[in-house]
Design a protein around this ligand. Structure first.
Ligand SMILES: Cc1cc2nc3c(=O)[nH]c(=O)nc-3n(C[C@H](O)[C@H](O)[C@H](O)COP(=O)(O)OP(=O)(O)OC[C@H]3O[C@@H](n4cnc5c(N)ncnc54)[C@H](O)[C@@H]3O)c2cc1C
Ligand code: FES
Length: 504
């Protein structure tokens, strides 16, 4: 049974009150753009500091990537610490760990302080290996833990694990939760303290005048002393060349009813393709299984529906899941050194801030970001400012070299047509399918809906002009360059683009 296709369990099992759009000019002290975990927590922390805050959201609150995540709240980020040691050295790797533990504590304390009912459960975070190559990565990660001083443990046998493992590495005292219930709990408190929230209000641009002017989609302006761009992928990304410093990766998730017991922790494998799983408390208190993985660059690759099938096969083989109730996919940007950009967006303007590049680990770090941005805005010191500074010039050549290599490859392939989208004939596009076709010599993105009606858009991405690709799994147009996504009518689903694909 598929009850709800391509919607996350988190998004579907929490009730949101609707908010008005902002349709007139307005002013505030701090404008927060984007109501995900970063935007909501930042807005709340700032209003607690006595700031007059307006939070605007392009779609619905708490319904971006933070509502489509796996929602592990942990400092264990796959086998990242060996890479951080290599790229950044011991001190910064250790600061990264500490910053994540602080983010985890902030989430725990917030839940206690506001008594938010969001299925928060303390769990061990565990990375497991099933191959010799995976085992080596896990053992190297353990060495990194020892150097940094992370309290990890090795194990060779996990109770109730559904298949043999070579080795596993755990960190105790981590957590999982229902992210949307958490965000809505914080948002309620933000509003109670006098914060303003607007939905269906997309920010198009932030202009630096005497104050900061946020130009909105309805033609109005929100003027603020300071602006926090918490839009996931930052808008205004040409300032600071963020489009050249972020790559966007998409992953898939399936939720189903297991017929075997799920082990106690939260798990991720050390191999490729990635497999991350955790238990989820169902609406009637039953235990469900969430499996996430099968990642690829957004807008690249074909046969997207296959990714869901791969995860379903894993869930069935491992935990006997045959009944799937939800499936969804989502994406996150990554920086060259794998450390997010959190702080002042660029050198020349001290009043615009961003948080992005969470590398699929934005729960604990989303909270860290909210605290760091708040501290910067109220001009208080924060120990993690340097590590996360978006303007940092200490990017390790190893990290930069890897991204440059990838980007060069991407550039060459895009220009050389190797990953240029394939064209189809209009009559080959079936019901419920989309494709790029030539109409009167012009390239057009076409989707034929279930009733046979054609929806035609320009396939030229409104961000920087790359050609979008059809994503059959989500019925969307996805850009291979910086991950913008548009629905079949061309409306923006995810940035950096802020303008729709023109209709044809
Ligand atoms: C498959 C997957 C699994 C993950 N699992 C985990 C996990 O287990 N643990 C973990 O720590 N992290 C995980 N992450 C990462 C984490 O979910 C993200 O890093 C985090 O949710 C990002 O939060 P955010 O607030 O920046 O973005 P979002 O939640 O996307 O919020 C941004 C908001 O801004 C809005 N917006 C966009 N543009 C505009 C605009 N122009 N104007 C106004 N509003 C705008 C969007 O609509 C959205 O609501 C995962 C990521 C992926 C992709
Ligand atoms: S997202 Fe940048 S060109 Fe499309």
């Amino acid at each position: 049974m598929t009850r709800q296709k391509n919607k996350s369990f988190w998004s579907d099992t929490a009730t949101r009150a609707p908010f008005d759009s902002l349709t007139e000019d307005a002013t505030c002290e701090v404008a927060v753009l984007g109501a995900g975990i970063v935007g909501i927590l930042t807005a709340w922390l700032l209003v607690k500091e006595g700031k007059q805050v307006t939070l605007i959201e392009a779609h619905r609150v708490a319904d971006g990537v933070s509502a489509y995540t796996t929602a592990k709240v942990t400092s264990q980020h796959s086998y990242l610490y060996q890479t951080l040691l290599q790229y950044l050295g011991k001190e910064k790797a250790s600061t990264y760990y500490e910053a994540n533990e602080v983010g985890l504590s902030l989430i725990r304390q917030t839940i206690e302080e506001l008594a938010i009912d969001c299925d928060f459960e303390e769990k061990d975070a565990v990375i497991y290996a099933t191959t010799d190559m995976g085992k080596k990565k896990v053992m190297d990660e353990m060495k990194a833990y020892q150097k940094i001083g992370i309290n990890g443990y090795l194990s060779y046998d996990i109770p109730d694990f559904p298949f043999p493992i070579k080795v596993a590495l755990g960190i105790p005292g981590q957590a999982q939760f229902h992210p949307v219930k958490f965000m809505l709990g914080v948002l309620d408190e933000f509003i109670r303290l006098g914060g303003n929230v607007y939905e269906h209000t997309r920010a198009l641009e932030v202009k630096n005048k005497e104050k900061q002017e946020v130009l909105l989609e309805h033609g109005n302006t929100l003027t603020a002393d300071q602006v926090v761009i918490a839009t996931h992928y930052p808008i205004n990304d040409e300032q600071g060349l963020f489009f050249a410093r972020l790559e966007v990766n998409r992953s898939y998730g399936v939720l189903g009813v297991p017929t075997k017991k799920i082990p106690m922790g939260m798990y991720i494998n050390a191999e490729s393709p990635s497999r991350s799983f955790r238990s989820v408390i169902g609406e009637n208190g039953e235990e469900l299984l969430l499996v996430v993985g099968d990642d690829h660059f957004t807008g690249r690759g074909d046969n997207m529906p296959e990714h869901y099938e791969n995860l379903k096969t894993y869930a069935e083989d491992s935990f006997g899941v045959t009944e799937f109730t939800y499936q969804w996919s989502t994406q996150d940007p990554t920086t060259p050194d794998k450390v997010p950009y959190i702080g002042q967006m660029h050198q020349l303007n001290k009043n615009i801030f961003i948080a992005t590049g969470f590398n699929k680990w934005g729960m604990s770090q989303g909270a860290t970001a909210a605290q760091l941005l708040t501290d910067l805005i109220v001009k208080r010191g924060n120990p993690y400012e340097k590590l996360y500074a978006p303007t940092r010039s200490h990017l390790n050549p190893l990290a930069v070299g890897r991204l440059a290599k990838d980007n060069t490859l991407i550039g060459k392939e895009l220009i050389g047509g190797k990953i240029a989208p394939s064209m189809e004939e209009l009559e080959e596009v079936g019901l419920g399918e989309g494709a790029l076709v030539k109409i009167n010599g012009e390239r057009v993105g076409v989707y034929r809906d279930e009733t046979g009606i054609l929806h035609k858009v320009s396939p030229v991405c409104t961000h920087m002009g790359c050609t979008v690709n059809w994503n059959q799994a989500e019925r969307s147009w996805d850009c291979p360059c910086h991950g913008s996504r548009f629905d079949y009518e061309g409306e923006v689903l995810e940035g950096p683009a802020v303008k729709p694909l023109p209709k044809k």
